[in-house]
Write a protein of this length. Structure first.
Length: 275
């Protein structure tokens, strides 16, 4: 993280933009206890979009629907999502819905499908390790969806998700390659949300064999993670975007993610090691 405040995120985004790397922003926080908190979250994102626009930046934003009140009032959540999607599009960016654990997938997809009908171009995060994901992709394919594909970080049971690294990577590759034709033809937008650079290059090679350029998809990595590889991929002709997470909720968010899936701890520790 660049820091806890919006100003920290703004400065980080400006530095990245100067290097030819645009950003996505997420203000950390999840489940709410009162609907007024959803109003505050939406107002924060509107202010973020406004301020970044004044800097000449065109930010993508990516909240979780629980931040906008999904557990409390789904209709209010939808109204907030519509307003934020419109504001983001008017500012030259894209509105993304972040994904949560498997208990939220159906509700999140329902909101996304409704939103896509009134705000074309909005995106959604999909998790490759869930066994249900191929069917979800087929549901989204005819809608012209924008998909950010991630491996998945929640601790899901084996009946719902692949558990081994090799299974997850294979599922990620197959899903990505399966969307490349649509992405290259402009029927879908595909973001590869992974730090597995070797896997990204494998997917690009599979695309090249089918006549698709590297620009058929966008590589989306977290701020501060493998920054050297972000620059290398950019220089190699890939489209690269960085997700900047910020906010004072960082500590409970980080500790929970480490606790719920031990592999996350090793991934975090590796970032302090020399490459």
């Amino acid at each position: 993280m660049p820091g806890e405040d919006m100003d920290d995120a703004l400065r980080a985004a400006g530095t990245l933009q100067g290097k030819g790397i645009p950003s996505i922003f997420t203000h950390l926080g999840e489940n709410l206890t009162d609907l007024s908190q959803a109003d505050e979250v939406a107002a924060h994102y509107h202010e973020l979009i406004h301020r970044f626009g004044r800097w000449g930046l065109h930010p993508d934003v990516s909240p979780k629907l629980t931040q906008l009140g999904l557990d409390l009032d789904p209709q209010a959540t939808f109204r907030h999502a519509v307003g934020l999607a419109q504001h983001t599009r008017e500012s030259g960016g894209r509105f993304w819905i972040d994904m949560e654990d498997s208990s939220y997938v159906d509700r999140t997809l329902d909101v996304y499908q409704r939103l896509l009908a009134v705000q074309p171009g909005v995106g959604i995060c999909i998790q490759a390790y869930l066994r249900r994901t191929p069917a979800d992709i087929e549901r989204l394919r005819p809608l012209g969806a924008s998909v950010r594909l991630v491996k998945g970080a929640y601790n899901e049971p084996a009946e719902r998700a692949y558990r081994s690294k090799s299974e997850v990577s294979r599922a990620y590759r197959d899903l990505s390659v399966g969307m490349l034709d649509d992405a290259a033809a402009g029927r879908m937008t595909l973001g590869l949300g992974t730090h597995d650079v070797e896997l990204v290059e494998e997917i690009a090679a599979a695309g090249a064999a089918r006549g698709h350029p590297k620009t058929a998809f966008e590589v989306q990595m977290l701020y501060g993670i493998r920054a050297d590889q972000q620059r290398r991929l950019r220089d190699a002709g890939y489209r690269v975007r960085v997700l900047i997470a910020y906010g004072d909720y960082w500590y409970p968010w980080y500790v929970r993610r480490l606790a719920e899936r031990p592999a996350n701890l090793w991934f975090a520790a590796r970032q302090f090691l020399p490459w």
